[in-house]
Design a protein around this ligand. Structure first.
Ligand code: GUN
Ligand code: FE
Length: 426
C-alpha cells in the first residue's frame, strides 16, 4: 500500500455522480486508497482503521475541477480586446500575441504567470493549447508538470491563413516540428502529456490534416480542436472543404473525429443535426465554453440537447476568449447563458441547473481523462477542500446550498487544499 496516497479527508462532502443532483455526505470520510477513491462513508470502515484522517472540520470537500479547453499563450491578454468576432479577433489580437512565443524568454515569463494561476485555482485537470513553437511548448509542459496538475498540452499546428510570423512553412515542416516536439517530451513528464492540436480547419491544409491523421493512428494520441463556433467560420470551412458534408466531417475525413481517436471539440455552438449525430456516434467530447461564446459574440451552445442525448460534454474556460481561468466561473456562465438561450431563442431547452453545471465541470469533462471527476469508488482522487467560512450567512444552509454559493461567489482564496490523484499539490 502506498501510505502517502492512502488517507481520508473528513468534512462535508459533495459531488455529482449524475447530472441530476448532488450526492452529499455531511461530516463524512472521503477515502483515498493508492491515489484512487475507495468511496465516501458516514463512518470510517474498519478496513481503513489506522490510516491518516485529515480533519477538515466544517469545510466542503468536492472533486477537483476539469477545464477541457483553454489557451496558455492567450492568458497574457485575458480581459482585453473582446470587441471583435472570432475571425477578426484571431487576426487582431490572438495571432500577434501568439507570434511572440517564438521568443523563449518571453514564453517563459508568460507561461510562468499562467502556470502559477492554474496552480492557485481550482483546476486539477486541463487540456491546453500552446502555440506552434516547440521550445515554448516544452517550457509550458515543464512549468505545468511542477504544479502537480494533470494536463494534456498541445503544440498547435497551422500551415495556412495566418500571418507569416506564425505560419509553419508547409505541412511537412509542421509535421516535422510535431514529431520533434513529441520526441522532446517522450518519457519526460509524469503529470503532463501531449495532445495533437490542429488549430481548426481554416489553419490546416488537407496535406497537414492527412499527416496528423496518420500520426494519430501511429501514436494513438488524443486530439483537440475547434468546431462550429461562429457562422463566418463555418461558411469559410465549407468554402475551403467543399467536399465535406459539414464542418465536423472535414475532421472526420482525416480520422480526427472520435471513434478510435479520443477527441475534444471546443464550442459546437452551431452544430448541424448531422454533426451532432456524428459526435454522438463517435463519442467526441464537447468543450462548452459559454464565456468565450458570449465575449466574442459566437452565440450559446445547446448544451441541454447534448446532455439529454447522453453525449460527452465538459466545460472550457477558453482563455482568452473567456477572460477567467476559473471553472467555477465557467459553471455559472454556462447556467446564465442557458437561461438567456431558453428565454430568448428556444424555450424547449430548459436552463442548466447548478448540479448539471457542476457535473459538467467535474465528471463530464473528467471522463476525457478516464475515471476522473467524482468520489465514486475507483475514481482518481482529485479533491478540493473549500473553506467557505468567508462567505458568511445568517441562516442554516445545507452542504449542497453552500456549494451552490461557492460556484457563484468563491475565488482562489477559498481553496484550502487541493489533491490530484491522491497527491497534495496545494
Ligand atoms: N478558433 C481557432 N482558434 C481559436 C482560438 O484561439 N480561440 C477561439 N475561441 N476559437 C478559435
Ligand atoms: Fe479556443
Amino acid at each position: 500500500m502506498n501510505h502517502e496516497k492512502t488517507f481520508a479527508l473528513k468534512g462535508d462532502i459533495v459531488y455529482t455522480a449524475a447530472p441530476g443532483g448532488f450526492t452529499v455526505v455531511e461530516q463524512g470520510y472521503a477515502v483515498c486508497e493508492n491515489g484512487r477513491s475507495a468511496g465516501v462513508f458516514g463512518r470510517l470502515p474498519e478496513q481503513f482503521d489506522g490510516i491518516h484522517v485529515e480533519d477538515c472540520g466544517q469545510k466542503l470537500i468536492i472533486p477537483g475541477l476539469v477545464d477541457l479547453h483553454l489557451h496558455a499563450p492567450q492568458y497574457s491578454f485575458r480581459g482585453l480586446g473582446m470587441d471583435l468576432e472570432l475571425l477578426d479577433w484571431l487576426e487582431t489580437h490572438t495571432f500577434p500575441e501568439e507570434a511572440r512565443f517564438c521568443d523563449l524568454d518571453y514564453a517563459k515569463r508568460a507561461y510562468t504567470l499562467f502556470a502559477d494561476a492554474l496552480s492557485r485555482g481550482a483546476t486539477t485537470r486541463a487540456c491546453v493549447f500552446a502555440t506552434v513553437h516547440v521550445p515554448a511548448t516544452l517550457c509550458l509542459m515543464e512549468l505545468l508538470e511542477r504544479t502537480g496538475i494533470r494536463a494534456m498540452v498541445g503544440k498547435v499546428n497551422m500551415d495556412r491563413n495566418c500571418p507569416d510570423s506564425l505560419r509553419e512553412q508547409s505541412a511537412a515542416v509542421s509535421l516535422g516540428e510535431t514529431r520533434r516536439w513529441l520526441e522532446g517530451c517522450a518519457g519526460k513528464f509524469k503529470n503532463v502529456s501531449p495532445i495533437l492540436t490542429p488549430r481548426f480547419i481554416p489553419s490546416c491544409t488537407d496535406e497537414l490534416m492527412r499527416g496528423l491523421g496518420a500520426l494519430q493512428q501511429a501514436t494513438g494520441l488524443p486530439v483537440q480542436s475547434h468546431l462550429s463556433e461562429n457562422h463566418s467560420e463555418i461558411e469559410w470551412v465549407q468554402q475551403l472543404c467543399p467536399e465535406s458534408a459539414f464542418y465536423g466531417d472535414a475532421y472526420d475525413r482525416f480520422g480526427l473525429f472520435g471513434g478510435g481517436c479520443p477527441t475534444i471539440m471546443a464550442h459546437c455552438v452551431h452544430s448541424s443535426a448531422a454533426e451532432i449525430d456524428l459526435m454522438k456516434r463517435r463519442g467526441v467530447f464537447i468543450a462548452h465554453c459559454a464565456a468565450s461564446n458570449m465575449n466574442i459574440c459566437s452565440g450559446v451552445a445547446p448544451v441541454r440537447t447534448y446532455l439529454a442525448r447522453g453525449m460527452n460534454v465538459g466545460l472550457g474556460t477558453d482563455v482568452a476568449g473567456g477572460f477567467s481561468d476559473s471553472v467555477f466561473r465557467a459553471m455559472s456562465d454556462a447556467i446564465q447563458a442557458s437561461k438567456l438561450r431558453w428565454r430568448l431563442t428556444d424555450d424547449s431547452l430548459a436552463p442548466l441547473t447548478v448540479s448539471e453545471a457542476f457535473y459538467l465541470g467535474t465528471k463530464g469533462g473528467g471522463a476525457f481523462f478516464g475515471k476522473v471527476g467524482s468520489f465514486e469508488a475507483g475514481y482518481e482522487f482529485d479533491a478540493l477542500v473549500i473553506d467557505d467560512a468567508g462567505l458568511p450567512h445568517p441562516q442554516p444552509l445545507t452542504p449542497a446550498e453552500r456549494l451552490e454559493r461557492v460556484v457563484y461567489l468563491s475565488d482562489d482564496r477559498h481553496i484550502s487544499g487541493k489533491y490530484v490523484a491522491g497527491a497534495r499539490v496545494r
